[in-house]
Design a binder for this molecule. Structure first.
Ligand code: IPD
Ligand code: CA
Ligand code: CA
Length: 261
């Protein structure tokens, strides 16, 4: 039942994304000039909450736009109604709904749905990960220098020491392709299905990373913070890889190794 509610909730959010996509909608700013929230973000979140609250009225919720809904259950739903809002507002079809379920501190299920490509990524802890019901695996590349990476940049926090641009530059200067799609949840899922070999970002929130994190791990990949510790969605730094290039990427990210051509 958890799984079918998760699926229904994801579809309800995606329905709102498609209803507003490339139409007119209101747009407001959050912190930082280009950190946007649209009418569609609110509508998608409302539709998602309606599904979850009807099936599980006592479950807790942490949703990007409406925050914490504290309740009695040990289950918590972590919701990003549109991940990739700037893409959405520009009419770029790289955005998605991302929903994870946490139980007693462990992410047990996650779904990411990009309705523009009709790609539904799903994982349940211990049961593997799927794309449109077919099992997915991470890539097998074992050298960072030959890898294709993806990253994202926050709206603030750009000028920190060892910040996003410095780390990005270390890979790009060595000729490593580093893409920037604009949706952390899609970035993570594309690592999970082998389109990318690694993803790193420095300032993510729980709703950006929770579902994608489980999907990468269940596809055989590895996710940690920048110190190599087990990943927690409640801290901001994420390194997600196929596992084989993880240690080397950590060294480059922390300035302990220069890649050799
Ligand atoms: C953003 C996207 C983006 C990442 C930002 C996030 P939003 O989420 O995931 O890829 O670089 O840090 O805030 O605002 O589109 O839900
Ligand atoms: Ca997000
Ligand atoms: Ca969002």
């Amino acid at each position: 039942m958890l799984r079918s509610t998760l699926q229904k909730a994801t579809q309800a959010g995606a329905h709102e994304i498609m209803r507003f996509f490339q139409q007119s909608f209101t747009v407001h700013n959050k912190e930082g000039v280009n950190n946007l929230v649209t009418e569609a973000d609110h509508a998608a979140e409302k539709a998602i909450l309606a599904v979850i609250e009807s099936d599980y009225p006592d479950h807790q919720i942490l949703a990007e736009e409406s925050g914490k809904h504290e309740r009695s259950s040990t289950y918590k739903w972590i919701i990003d109604p549109i991940d990739g809002t700037v893409n959405f507002a520009q009419g770029i079809p790289l955005n998605c709904v991302s929903i994870a379920i946490e139980h007693e501190g462990i992410i047990v299920m996650g779904a990411v749905f990009n309705p523009h490509l009709n790609e539904f990524f799903f994982a349940e802890k211990g049961q593997g990960a799927t794309l449109n019901d077919k099992p997915i695996r991470v890539s097998t590349k074992n050298e960072t220098i030959k890898s294709c990476l993806v990253t994202g940049f926050p709206y603030t926090y750009i000028n920190e020491p060892n910040g996003p641009l410095e780390v990005f530059e270390r890979f790009v200067r060595k000729g490593v392709p580093v893409r920037r799609l604009g949706s952390a949840a899609i970035d993570l899922c594309w690592v999970a299905c082998g389109r990318f070999d690694g993803f790193f970002e420095q300032k993510l929130e729980p709703w950006d990373s929770a579902a994608g994190y489980l999907i990468v791990e269940e596809a055989g990949g590895k996710v940690t913070d920048f110190s190599g510790n087990d990943f927690s969605i409640y801290q901001h730094k994420v390194l997600a890889t196929n596992g084989k290039i993880h240690a080397e990427m950590l060294q480059v990210i922390n300035g302990q190794k220069e890649l050799q051509l």
